[in-house]
Design a protein around this ligand. Structure first.
Ligand code: AMP
Length: 489
């Protein structure tokens, strides 16, 4: 459907199966004096950007467990009354956008179960690529699944384990799983956090007086005034209980592969992740873009919010003044986050507007962090031209996104990624800009500076280092179309 405005320019954004945000997890183990539910609530507030479809908190107290979860934003899901029911000394929380499993309440997290050994609640960020296979095997022998999430498979494997200690049960379950996970769980009054051996998705550890907290991103610690202790190491399992904190490294060591897209787009700029502050990286990517660019433009403008860090870096390195040429309406979710397709019709018009007299007559460098289908950028360029921009030079602070993610970021199928089937020149023509430049993979690596940290860049290179059994290529992620042929080992 095309929506044509009365002013004669086309602001339409097609309804799309765009890529969606991953999830955010939070956990707290505290003494009786700490209101763990409230800490989890504020933690989830800080992680809201990681998932806006559902939010939930589960708590454990003296042999009882409580849970409250609903579809919607953290601010809508939790009332003061709801928080009062969440008593205990251990809490885990989750904000979700579905990467595996369909979008409804039954798939929201944490998942809480009561089984022979008591209560078990799990919150997971990532994607378990062989979950479908294991799920089918378990179903064959009589397991009944309550959700369609990959996370529930872990719970089944743990419940079946004969190991006495909860951490051993978890290790056994994770030994069966492939893919990415940053997990927090409680089993009775023990909090356990685990990160996959590649460290694909982020997870950090903090403390607050005599409580421990774990969070997908460190920005949650700032909000609750917890001290950042360190990142949970790839392949590390932390067990927190009244004896204190114990750390285990039960898995074979592999080369770490942090998700580079967390730096480029997902994470909040104020988070410290993979050894660096996200904002610093975004600026470095922008500076790298400016290197070797000889455009003589009047202003540099970001597509807010995702392009801001890179645009500041570009402006500082090029001496072209930074301006906020586009204003974002902050009361609209990210264009692609809303699972309900109807809201996407409004697209760019709903979210961004240009400052007319600022852009009029100007040669403009427009910066964004990534191009997915080029629908947003095309509409923004159309709007800037309508308001009189003279030249538009589009710069992207990442390489062409040409491959879907199988490790926790829900991307469209390969055929919907414009860079998978079009040259940069063709994309430029489609977007109707005067010039278009991306970072190369080498530029990106140079800007980020690998150091001890190695990254997963599969969305740019197709280097899928966690193998996919051929027969389950597409089944893992239900939102993907069926046209993708992953590299298989
Ligand atoms: P488009 O111009 O239609 O290709 O959309 C590009 C925009 O999508 C950029 O502003 C990106 O910041 C944003 N984007 C990239 N990845 C994601 C994602 N996983 N979820 C939501 N938005 C994204």
């Amino acid at each position: 459907m095309t929506v044509r405005s009365g002013k004669g320019y086309d602001f339409h954004v097609e309804v799309s199966e765009e890529i969606h945000e991953a999830c955010g997890v939070f956990g707290v183990w505290g003494s009786d004096r700490v209101d763990v539910a409230r800490l989890a609530y504020f933690g989830l507030y800080a992680l809201q950007h990681r998932g806006q479809e559902s939010a939930g908190i589960a708590c454990f107290e003296d042999g009882k467990a409580h849970i409250h979860k609903q579809m919607g934003l953290v601010s809508d899901v939790f009332t003061a009354e709801a928080l009062k029911t969440l008593k205990g000394n251990t809490a885990i929380g989750h904000v979700r956008y579905s990467t595996a499993g369909s979008s409804d309440l039954k798939n929201s997290q944490p998942i809480l179960v009561e089984y022979q050994r008591g209560y078990l609640a799990v919150a997971h960020n990532g994607n378990l690529t062989n979950a479908r296979i294991i799920r089918d095997e378990l179903s064959e022998i009589g397991s009944i699944f309550q959700t369609t999430t990959d996370t529930e498979v872990i719970i089944h494997l743990m419940a079946r384990s004969k190991e006495p200690a909860m951490v051993e049960k978890l290790i056994g379950a994770l030994n069966e799983m492939k893919g990415s996970y940053s997990i927090v769980l409680f089993a009775n009054n023990e909090l356990i956090a685990a990160r996959d051996p590649y460290g694909i998705r982020p997870l950090s550890l903090g403390c607050l007086k005599d409580s421990y907290v774990v969070s997908s991103e460190s920005c949650a610690f700032d909000l609750i005034e917890a001290e950042f202790l360190r990142e949970v190491e790839p392949g590390e399992i932390l067990v927190i209980n009244e004896k204190g904190l114990q750390s285990f490294f039960p898995f074979k060591k592999v080369q770490r592969r942090h998700c580079i897209f967390e730096y480029i787009y997902f994470a909040r700029p104020d988070s410290f992740m993979f050894g660096r502050t996200v904002y610093t990286i975004r600026k470095a990517l922008g500076r790298e873009l400016a290197r070797g660019d000889s455009i003589e433009a009047d202003i540099v403008i970001p597509i807010p919010d995702s392009g801001i860090g890179a645009a500041i870096g570009y402006s500082q390195a090029s001496d072209i003044p930074f301006e906020l040429g586009l204003i974002r309406n902050h009361y609209v979710g990210r264009t692609f986050i809303e699972p309900e397709p109807s809201i996407r019709h409004f697209g760019v018009k709903l979210k961004h507007n240009a400052i007319h007299d600022l852009v009029s007559g100007k040669s403009i460098v427009v910066i964004d962090d990534s191009i997915v289908r080029a629908t947003t950028s095309r509409k923004i360029i159309s709007m800037l031209r309508y308001y009189g921009a003279r030249e538009i030079h589009f710069r992207v602070s990442s390489p062409p996104t040409a491959y879907p993610c199988f490790y926790g970021i829900d991307t469209p199928s390969r055929k919907q990624l414009i860079a998978a089937s079009h040259t940069i020149d063709e994309i430029k023509t489609y977007m109707n800009c005067d010039s278009l430049r991306y970072l190369t993979v080498d530029d990106m690596k140079r800007a980020i500076g690998d150091g001890d940290y190695a990254f997963c860049d599969a969305c740019f290179t197709g280097d899928y280092f966690v193998p996919f059994p051929k027969e389950m290529d597409m089944e893992q992620m239900e939102l993907f179309a069926m046209d993708f042929t992953a590299k298989t080992d």
